[in-house]
Design a protein around this ligand. Structure first.
Ligand SMILES: Nc1nc2c(c(=O)[nH]1)N[C@H]1C(S)=C(S)[C@@H](COP(=O)(O)O)O[C@H]1N2
Ligand SMILES: [Mo]
Length: 518
C-alpha cells in the first residue's frame, strides 16, 4: 500500500524530531549519572571501526585534532538525516521504523558497554530510545488525527491537529538540541574542573637534558622550530575525550611475566631520580610531508629501570602498556631494556603533561611510532609475548612492530608560494628531517629533475630528535619549479621514493612542493 504525501511528510518530521529528542534525553541522562558516555560521541566511536581500515587512523587524527563540537554537530545532524529516512519508511511500515529507531539507538549503548564502562553506559541510550520512540508515535498520531477528522466532516480549512503537530514538532526539536548543548557544556565544565585536581609539583631532574647548541636552530623564516610548543604538539586519541585522572590517586601496575609484580604511585614515581630528554615523536599515520610529528623535552623515569625492578621472565618479548581509555600499545621488550631514553614521562617542556598529552603519566620511546610505544594516561604495564597479546592498532591492521622510517619534509617555501630570489638569484628551501634513535646523516634536495644537492643541516641535538635543513639554489628560471627532498640516516638508509600508503607501517615517498620564482 502506497502512503500519500500527506502522510509521508509528517512521518519524516516525526523521525527527525524523535532523533533530536533521543540525543537530548540521552545527553541529560549521561550528565545526570556522570558517565562519560555522551551518546553522540559514542556513535562517533562506533563509526570508527566501520570505516575502511586505511581511513581509520586519519579519521582519528581529524577527531583528535579538530574541535569536538564540530563532531557532535555532525553526528547529531547525521542522526537527524537517518531519523528522516526512518520516518519516511515509517509512513509505509510503522513497525519497521520503530525497530530501526531502537536498533540505531542501541548502537551507542553497545559501544559504551563494550568499551568496559559497564551497564551504566547503556542507560543514556536506553532512556533516549524510550522517550524518542514515544515522541515518534505521539507525533504520528497527532499528524494522523486531523486527516481522518476532515475526511469525516466537511473539508474544513482549519486543521487544529496539523498546527498542533508542527508546533509540537518545532518545540520538541528545540528542546532536543538545547538538551544536547546543555549536556555538552556541562561536560566541558566538569572536565576543566576535574583537570584542576592535584597539581603535580615536579622534582628537579637528576639528569638534565643537554643545552640546545646555538647551531641546532637555523634562521629561516617559516621553518618549524626545533622544540614544539606543547600547545602546538599534534594529538592522536582513540578516545574522543581525554580521560581526566587525578595524579593523587593515579597508580601504575607492572605485572605479567615478571618475578616481582608491583604498583607505583605518583608520589613514589616523583621520588625516583628522573631524567630529562629531548625526543621527537611521530605518528605512523603521518602522510608524506604531514605534520603529525613533534619534538619535546620530556621528564620521566627510565622504563628500563622499572622493568629491572620487575625482573621479566626469560621468554617474554613484549610489553603491553595500557591506559584508562582502553588504548594499548605493544612495545618490543628489548627496545625498552636497551640504553635508549625510553621514559615513563610526567612532564613535557618543563610542565606537568597537558591532559591531551597524557596527564599525569605517559610513555615516550625514541625510535618507535607512537601507536606501539607512547601510551598516554598509562596505568598498566604487562610483560608478555607478541605471540600471546595484541595491541589496539595491531588488531586493526597496523604492523606489530613500528620502527620509525627515515623521513624528511619541506617547510619553506609554502605550497604554491611565489618566491623573490634574495641577493643575486638565491632561493632558499628548508625543512625538517628525522630518523629517531638512528640519526640523520644527510639531507639532499633537488629542483625539478636536476641533480641531488646536499643541504646544510642544523647541529644534532641528539640522535632521538629531528634536525632542520636548509638549501640554497641559484640560477632558477622565472617559472614554476618543483622541489623534492630525501634524507639518509646514519645507518645509510636512503629515504625511498616509492609511494606507499600509511597502513600497515607508515607512508613512504618523497615530499615535493611547487613554487614559482618571480
Ligand atoms: N591512551 C592513548 N595513548 C596513545 C594514543 C591513544 O589514542 N590513546 N595514541 C597513540 C598514538 S597513535 C600516537 S602517534 C601518540 C601521539 O601522542 P600525542 O597525542 O601526545 O602527540 O600517542 C599514542 N598514545
Ligand atoms: Mo599514531
Amino acid at each position: 500500500m502506497m502512503a500519500s504525501a500527506r502522510r509521508t511528510w509528517p512521518s519524516v518530521i516525526a523521525g527527525i524530531v524523535a532523533t533530536l529528542i533521543y540525543f537530548g534525553v540521552a545527553e541529560l541522562i549521561a550528565r545526570g549519572l556522570d558517565v562519560a558516555s555522551a551518546p553522540a560521541l559514542l556513535i562517533g566511536q562506533a563509526l570508527i571501526p566501520l570505516m575502511p581500515t586505511a581511513l581509520i587512523k586519519s579519521a582519528i587524527a581529524v577527531f583528535g585534532t579538530h574541535d569536538k563540537l564540530a563532531l557532535v554537530i555532525t553526528i547529531v545532524a547525521g542522526g537527524a538525516v537517518l531519523g528522516a529516512i526512518i520516518g519516511w519508511i515509517g509512513a509505509r511500515r510503522r513497525g519497521l521504523a520503530l525497530v530501526l529507531l531502537i536498533g540505531f539507538g542501541l548502537l551507542p549503548a553497545v559501544v559504551g558497554f563494550s568499551s568496559g564502562a559497564g551497564l551504566v553506559a547503556t542507560l543514556p541510550s536506553l532512556g533516549g530510545i524510550a522517550v524518542g520512540a514515544a515522541t515518534f508515535l505521539v507525533l504520528i498520531r497527532l499528524a494522523d488525527a486531523p486527516e481522518s477528522e476532515t475526511e469525516k466532516h466537511d473539508r474544513t480549512p482549519a486543521r487544529p491537529g496539523r498546527r498542533a503537530f508542527f508546533g509540537l514538532a518545532a518545540g520538541l526539536s528545540v528542546v532536543g538540541i538545547a538538551a544536547v548543548a546543555a549536556g555538552q557544556s556541562a561536560a566541558t565544565l566538569a572536565r576543566s574542573a576535574a583537570g584542576k585536581v592535584t597539581k603535580l609539583v615536579l622534582p628537579r631532574p637528576a639528569t638534565s637534558a643537554p643545552e640546545i647548541p646555538a647551531g641546532a636552530e637555523l634562521d629561516v623564516p617559516g621553518l618549524t622550530p626545533l622544540v614544539t610548543e606543547s600547545s602546538d604538539f599534534y594529538r592522536i586519541d582513540t578516545a574522543l575525550f581525554p580521560p581526566s585522572i587525578d595524579a593523587g590517586t593515579w597508580e601504575l601496575r607492572v605485572h605479567g611475566m615478571v618475578e616481582n609484580e608491583f604498583t607505583i604511585t605518583m608520589a613514589e614515581l616523583l621520588d625516583l631520580p628522573l631524567q630529562e630528554h629531548y625526543v621527537t615523536l611521530a605518528c605512523v599515520s603521518n602522510e608524506v610531508g604531514g605534520d603529525l610529528v613533534g619534538n619535546a623535552k620530556w621528564l620521566g623515569y627510565p622504563i628500563r629501570d622499572l622493568l629491572a625492578r620487575a625482573k621479566p621472565h626469560a621468554g617474554a618479548d613484549m610489553v603491553l602498556s595500557g591506559s584508562d581509555d582502553g588504548f594499548t600499545a605493544s612495545t618490543p621488550l628489548e627496545v625498552l631494556t636497551d640504553d635508549r631514553a625510553a621514559l615513563l614521562a610526567v612532564a613535557m617542556n618543563g610542565h606537568a603533561l597537558p591532559r591531551d598529552h597524557g596527564y599525569p603519566a605517559r610513555l615516550v620511546v625514541p625510535g618507535l611510532y607512537g601507536y606501539v610505544s607512547a601510551t598516554k594516561w598509562v596505568t598498566d604495564i604487562e610483560v608478555t609475548k607478541f605471540a600471546e597479546k595484541e595491541a589496539y592498532w595491531t588488531t586493526r591492521g597496523w604492523s606489530t612492530h613500528g620502527p620509525v622510517l627515515v623521513a624528511s619534509r619541506i617547510d619553506v617555501p609554502r605550497p604554491g608560494a611565489t618566491v623573490k630570489p634574495k641577493s643575486g638569484d638565491r632561493v632558499v628551501t628548508a625543512g625538517m628531517a628525522w630518523a629517531q634513535h638512528t640519526g640523520i646523516e644527510k639531507v639532499q634536495v633537488r629542483i625539478d629533475n636536476g641533480d641531488w644537492q646536499e643541504a646544510e643541516l642544523s647541529e644534532e641535538l641528539t640522535s632521538d630528535t629531528w634536525r632542520q635543513w636548509r638549501c640554497e639554489h641559484t640560477g632558477l628560471s622565472a617559472d614554476t619549479h618543483t622541489v623534492s627532498v630525501r634524507a639518509i640516516d646514519l645507518d645509510g638508509n636512503v629515504q625511498t621514493s616509492e609511494r606507499r600508503p600509511a597502513i600497515p607501517g607508515a607512508a613512504t615517498g618523497l615530499h615535493e612542493r611547487q613554487f614559482t620564482v618571480e
